[in-house]
Design a protein around this ligand. Structure first.
Ligand SMILES: Cc1cc2nc3c(=O)[nH]c(=O)nc-3n(C[C@H](O)[C@H](O)[C@H](O)COP(=O)(O)OP(=O)(O)OC[C@H]3O[C@@H](n4cnc5c(N)ncnc54)[C@H](O)[C@@H]3O)c2cc1C
Ligand SMILES: NC(=O)C1=CN([C@@H]2O[C@H](COP(=O)(O)OP(=O)(O)OC[C@H]3O[C@@H](n4cnc5c(N)ncnc54)[C@H](OP(=O)(O)O)[C@@H]3O)[C@@H](O)[C@H]2O)C=CC1
Ligand SMILES: C=C(O[C@H]1[C@H](O)[C@@H](CO)O[C@H](OP(=O)(O)OP(=O)(O)OC[C@H]2O[C@@H](n3ccc(=O)[nH]c3=O)[C@H](O)[C@@H]2O)[C@@H]1NC(C)=O)C(=O)O
Length: 301
């Protein structure tokens, strides 16, 4: 690892830390340390970092805002990559928006509305990055990334780069090709339509109001814990099974939204996983439905 760190520093990879605690990089505020934590600032630095990691046989993963991720208490063996400043930009060209992968998805939504462009209103309350949103095909209010994405710049794990069009992304409900082939989104291009600024602002405000009423936004959480089963809602099943308010340590099935698990402060990943298993077992026994996690588990168990 010492040799790898020396080579990363020689290649001027912006930010390299050993044993970096990850809890602060997730919205659940949970998780142990990463052996190695890298913040490449440019595509060149990213490619160089991936090449060196590959050469040294060190496994890696990429973290956006950590708003859909549960990091294990033992943390991550290998490297965690977080894209830096060179990926935090946005520009508008006619009806097209080009955004860096670490750009805030919420800010992208608000900025597009201010430009009089419609199509990204659904993203107003999704507190992740553009890269995480593409990976997840994030969606809300009957829309998702697949409806507006034109193309994506990707760096594959061998350091090579490609541009993939929407039809090459294998999008489906909370799924993209990146679940099957390891690569890092560096930039995304969205095709929007001309709209009325006031109407877009009104739609954003109404979605925001609905979220504030129905989701525990002020609490540390990671959005919906389970995917919705076909033609139903995980939240409906969890509430009907009497699980709202169930606790394990400082983790609780939210009283406001049954498919959210909130951290009251100091919850461990094991607390959350124990609660998730209890929810799955109870819903399976009561309704015969297997709930599948939407949140992603990262790190050593
Ligand atoms: C309050 C709240 C509300 C939410 N509401 C919604 C909602 O309405 N709809 C919805 O879909 N989600 C929602 N979420 C979940 C979450 O915000 C989304 O899944 C979001 O897209 C995750 O983005 P992120 O950057 O935080 O990803 P992370 O959690 O950091 O990562 C998620 C996955 O994406 C991968 N990834 C991250 N960046 C990249 C990249 N640059 N290239 C390749 N892979 C990458 C990671 O490796 C990981 O596998 C909500 C979460 C919260 C806390
Ligand atoms: N529960 C959790 O674990 C987490 C929840 N969140 C929630 O996500 C939202 C965004 O948080 P954050 O990324 O830190 O950004 P901020 O709350 O700092 O807001 C950044 C910008 O986005 C706007 N904005 C925030 N929410 C919305 C929305 N739903 N619709 C439209 N515009 C919005 C804000 O406008 P304005 O000031 O006018 O609202 C502001 O201009 C907040 O509601 C926050 O509570 C975020 C992170 C973790
Ligand atoms: C938050 C996420 O996305 C959210 C997205 O914000 C919203 C809005 O479009 O729709 C999905 O939630 P959801 O299906 O729970 O939507 P909601 O409108 O909140 O609830 C649906 C229905 O479930 C029932 N419901 C909801 C909450 C609750 O505590 N109890 C309950 O019974 C209600 O009948 C309600 O009508 C996405 N979740 C999934 C897993 O698809 C996420 O993916 O992280």
């Amino acid at each position: 690892m010492q040799q790898l760190v020396a080579e990363l520093e020689q290649a001027r990879i912006g930010y390299v830390r050993l044993n970096e605690p990850l809890a602060g990089y997730t919205t659940w505020k949970i998780g142990g340390p990463a052996d190695l934590f890298l913040i490449p600032g440019t595509e060149e630095e990213l490619s160089a970092a991936l090449t060196l990691l590959h050469r040294h046989g060190v496994p890696w993963c990429v973290l956006g805002r950590g708003s859909n991720t549960l990091v294990s208490d033992k943390g991550v063996r290998g490297a965690v990559i977080k894209l830096g400043d060179g990926f935090d930009d946005v520009r508008f060209e006619g009806n097209t928006v080009i955004a860096g992968a670490s750009y805030s998805f919420i800010k992208l939504s608000v900025m597009s509305g201010k430009e009089g462009l419609t199509g990204l209103e659904f993203a107003g309350g999704i507190p992740g990055t553009v890269g995480g949103a593409v990976y997840m095909n994030a969606g809300a209010h009957s829309s998702d990334i697949s409806r507006i994405l034109q193309s994506v710049d990707i760096t594959w794990e061998d350091g090579s780069r490609a541009v993939l069009g929407n039809d090459q992304m294998a999008f489906s409900y909370r799924h993209s090709i990146l679940h099957e082939r390891r690569g890092i989104v560096t930039r995304a291009v969205f095709r929007l339509a001309n709209g009325d600024r006031k109407e877009i602002a009104a739609a954003l405000a109404s979605f925001k109001d609905r979220r504030l009423r129905t989701q525990p936004l002020q609490m540390a959480c990671a959005g919906s814990v389970f995917r919705n089963p076909p033609n139903d809602h995980a939240a409906r099943l969890i509430e009907a099974a009497g699980l709202k308010g169930q606790r394990e340590g400082a983790a609780e099935v939210s009283q406001l939204h049954a498919n959210f698990i909130v951290n009251h402060g100091g919850a461990s990943a094991e607390d959350v996983l124990t609660l998730m298993r209890r929810v799955q077992q109870t819903v399976e026994q009561t309704y015969g439905v297997s709930l599948v996690p939407e949140v992603l588990l990262l790190g050593e168990r």
